[in-house]
Design a protein. Sequence first.
Length: 113
Amino acid sequence: VQLQASGGGLVQAGGSLRLSCVASRSIVNFRALSWYRQAPGKERELIAGISAGGNTHYEDPVKGRFTISRDSAKNTVYLQMNSLKPEDTAVYYCRGDRGWIIWGRGTQVTVSS
């Protein structure tokens, strides 16, 4: 199973982006799907996750601004990012838990001030 993230780009502060992560197979069998990010010089960090049951979790830096969702028919998990800040600049990765961990290739998000 492979994950492919897309949707990154350059946006001004206050703007929005929607990231997509498409799985090569059905996401129904995933225990959880998550989005992580890694800023330059920093460790990769969890920002949002969604369980098989649809429960969502957000880390404080993105709470109230980002929304994670999934479309099982499209084998896709999304990250809607609103009110973007320069500190959101990072490479964003999707991660799937199928009993083993699968990482997608990252997509760059750059927020200009």
